[in-house]
Design a protein around this ligand. Structure first.
Ligand code: NAP
Length: 469
């Protein structure tokens, strides 16, 4: 049995909480557990089997806190939002200075900043911890992105490092910065995840509906790509999903799945925060928007009848599709890391981008072969702090952007929507032009609002055009 300086408790035995609790117990830490619906606790202890001997079940959160010896560390794994505030309210009368509240759900980082300030003001510790990897990750090794005070992190680091995924022996668990930093990094992780999934789905759509290939064959292609530069968890599971056969119909499983996706908010938060920070995560935004459009299935069906589907054949090579996906993925990561930099500057978090990339190398959904190179790029030369300008990635993009351009052009001509691939190409083309077209926008703004502009020839500011009469 392992020892920590704090007694550990976990509240919320849903999908993630149960899996995380079993992981903690398996690593040798004794654990107190409770759940809002108390009747789930005995079921959990039974499911835990021999591991359950190290777990102590309680009737309620308050009863658990009261029974735990100080100093306590209580992990909340409940729905993000009011459930976390309610749990904190129930806990506070039982906590003493030195105790730590740990929110491991997908909290909005603004909430985490507020809660951290309120709880730290009472002499308690607060950690906002992003946990990625789904149920499987939580059970056997997630990526862990923490935010809070260093003393609070160091207190619990042995637990988090023990339960985290390992990359070449190194735990994928780190303190990202103060208060909301961990939940913000998790939010951007999810934004990149949305983009990567959408890019993959667009490439699949071209092969399926533009090139007439069967799902199983497309799955084989993804499995091959998973051996190369695109190696990643998402490409690996794409191959598995496309090759799966539905026992009821004998056909591909993907053909019996409704094309309507849900979202819980983290993708949208990434886009909202990007815009608030003066950034545009256009590839991520395209993916979030595409999920929104997917939910409007009835409207799409009506649109197909009224507008007529333009979908026709597409001719692109497998190599071009692979290159397009690689370019899109690099740009999605680059936009995500650019938001992290902007947030770090705005909230004074001191985020270490290389460390973020390293934390994402195992356990999380966006783990991929690129992340080691991304970490190296952040430790090396990075013109203007833009990942796409780092020498290794600039070389990758110079090689793969022609493929992305051919794929987007073929998709447009064939009537196939590729919003994320198109957004990625527009981003790359924008940042490959020293002179854009905003001169005209500035002229328009000055015309109607006398906003003024900078003259290129003299450098003079607050200049006006001759249109004002
Ligand atoms: P889940 O299976 O639906 O479980 C939800 C848990 O929250 C249950 O224990 C539930 O208690 C509890 N709960 C809900 N409302 C509550 C309230 N008002 N007061 C007290 N407890 C309440 O959800 P989950 O997938 O485990 O997700 C838990 C957290 O992890 C969420 O923040 C989620 O975003 C995050 N997360 C999920 C994943 C994933 O892949 N699922 C990955 C990373 C992070 P009852 O049993 O009484 O209903």
């Amino acid at each position: 049995m392992r020892d920590t300086t704090a007694s550990l408790g976990l509240y919320g035995l849903g999908v993630m909480g149960s899996a995380l609790a079993l992981n903690i117990l398996e690593r040798g830490f004794p654990l107190h557990v409770a759940n809002r619906t108390a009747s789930k606790v005995p079921g959990f202890l039974q499911e835990a089997g021999p591991l359950g001997s190290r777990a102590i079940g309680h009737e309620s959160l308050a009863a658990m806190a009261a029974a735990m010896p100080a100093p306590r560390a209580i992990i909340l794994m409940v729905d993000a939002g009011p459930a976390v505030d309610q749990a904190i309210d129930a806990l506070l009368p039982h906590l003493r200075p030195g105790d730590t509240v740990v929110d491991c759900g997908n909290a909005d980082f603004h909430d985490t900043r507020r809660r951290a300030a309120e709880i730290e003001a009472r002499g308690l510790n607060y950690l906002g911890v992003g946990v990625s990897g789904g149920e499987e990750g939580a059970r056997h090794g997630p990526a862990i992105m923490a935010g809070g005070r260093i003393e609070a992190w160091e207190h619990l680091a042995p637990v988090f490092e023990a339960i985290a995924a390992k990359y070449e022996g190194q735990p994928c668990a780190a303190l990202m910065g103060p208060d909301g930093a961990g939940h913000f990094v998790k939010t951007v992780h999810n934004g990149i995840e949305y983009a990567d999934m959408q890019l993959i789905a667009e490439v699949y759509g071209l092969m399926r509906y533009g090139m007439g290939q069967a799902p199983a064959g497309i799955g084989e292609v993804f499995a091959r790509w998973d051996q190369g530069r695109l190696k990643s968890y998402l490409v690996e599971i794409t191959a598995a999903v496309l090759r799966a056969v539905d026992p009821a119909t004998g056909g591909p499983v993907v053909d019996v799945i409704e094309d309507r996706a849900g979202q819980k908010g983290t993708g949208r938060w990434t886009v909202v925060e990007a815009l608030a920070l003066g950034q545009s995560a256009s590839t991520i935004e395209a993916a979030v928007g595409a999920r929104g459009w997917s939910a409007e299935k009835e409207t799409r069906a009506a649109g197909e009848a009224i507008l007529g589907s333009p979908r026709g054949p597409v001719q692109v090579s497998e190599g071009d599709l692979e290159g397009a996906l690689l370019a899109g993925r690099i740009i999605a990561y680059a936009q995500g890391f650019r938001i992290l930099l902007a947030a770090s500057e705005n909230y004074v978090w001191g985020l270490d981008q290389a460390r973020v990339a390293e934390t994402w190398r195992a356990g999380c959904i966006i783990r991929s072969a690129l992340l080691g190179d991304i970490a190296a790029a952040f430790r090396g030369e990075m013109p203007m702090g833009q990942l796409v300008l780092a020498p290794a990635f600039a070389a990758d993009l110079r090689a793969s952007l022609p493929a992305l351009r051919r794929v987007v052009a073929a998709a447009a001509l064939g009537g196939h929507p590729v919003p994320a691939l198109s957004a990625a190409l527009a981003f790359a083309d924008t940042f490959a032009q020293g002179r854009g077209t905003t001169d005209l926008i500035q002229g328009q703004r000055d015309y109607f609002g006398r906003h003024g502009f900078v003259r290129l020839d003299t450098g003079a500011v607050h200049q006006h055009g001759p249109w004002a009469g």
